[in-house]
Write a protein that binds this ligand. Structure first.
Ligand code: UDP
Length: 227
């Protein structure tokens, strides 16, 4: 029944912002989110993009610092079917499931046309390199500014940040899982000198081939969470 409810058309009257547990969600479609990120890349101010799924929303109830990070983000996007279900229940329809995993190839394609670089930070050693290899195969023009695993110590952190800054990447993807990745970005965005940074959770594990994504048919019936 849940997939049937969720697959119904979203009214065109959907609000531009939706409040879920005090989180101000930017109620954008995938295309609008991509366009907003590309506009941000031209802005002099660095921007943080957060993907919020149902688990993230629940975490904010016990982690107020994370809630503040989400409130301070330039873009807060509704990730997953749980958020769409929340929108239905709250009478504030969410336009689309805008998750990082589906946005990733679209953003990579767009970046490959601009010449702006992408830095991949996170995952077990070798995973970010696996994603870089996938990107080189699919978007050969894309500039990969650098990669680094996500298991460095606090003592090593300044070197990691300096390496990202030296790489002159425009976009930084951080895959430490939520809320760690989003809190890390909020603390270090300025020091990395990137234009846009986003927390992408398990995305690197999917694109490196480390963990398989749910089959297409499960995604189409809104059951990827179940997989
Ligand atoms: N990870 C990391 N450093 C850490 C903790 C986690 O790089 O200190 C990586 C981990 O290897 C995995 C990702 O963060 O690739 C977490 O993925 P998960 O699916 O748990 O995140 P979610 O999408 O649920 O936020």
């Amino acid at each position: 029944a849940i997939p049937a409810v969720l697959m119904g058309a979203t009214p065109v009257t959907a609000a531009d912002h939706v409040d879920v547990l005090g989180i101000d969600i930017d109620n954008l479609t995938m295309e609008e989110a991509l366009a907003a990120i590309l506009i941000t890349l031209k802005s002099p101010e660095p921007a943080q993009v957060c993907f919020v799924n149902a688990d993230c929303a629940n975490i904010t109830c016990r982690d107020r610092e994370y809630l503040e990070v989400l409130k301070g983000a330039s873009l807060t996007l509704a990730d997953g079917i749980g958020m769409r279900l929340a929108g239905k229940i709250l009478g504030q329809p969410i336009r689309e499931n805008v998750n990082g995993t589906d946005l990733f190839p679209r953003l990579s394609d767009a970046l490959s046309r601009t010449g702006q670089g992408l830095y991949l930070l996170g995952g077990r050693p070798g995973i970010a390199e696996g994603v870089a290899q996938w990107l080189q195969e699919h978007y050969p023009q894309l500039v990969i500014s650098g990669t680094h695993h996500g298991y460095f110590s606090t003592a090593e952190e300044p070197d990691v940040i300096a390496e990202i800054a030296r790489s002159e990447a425009a976009v930084l993807m951080v895959a430490f899982g939520a809320p760690k990745q989003d809190q890390w970005i909020a603390r270090n965005l300025a020091a990395t000198r990137v234009k846009v940074a986003m927390g992408v959770g398990g995305l690197f594990d999917f694109y490196s081939g480390n963990i398989p994504r749910a089959p297409q048919w499960m995604r189409e019936v809104n059951a990827e969470w179940l997989y």
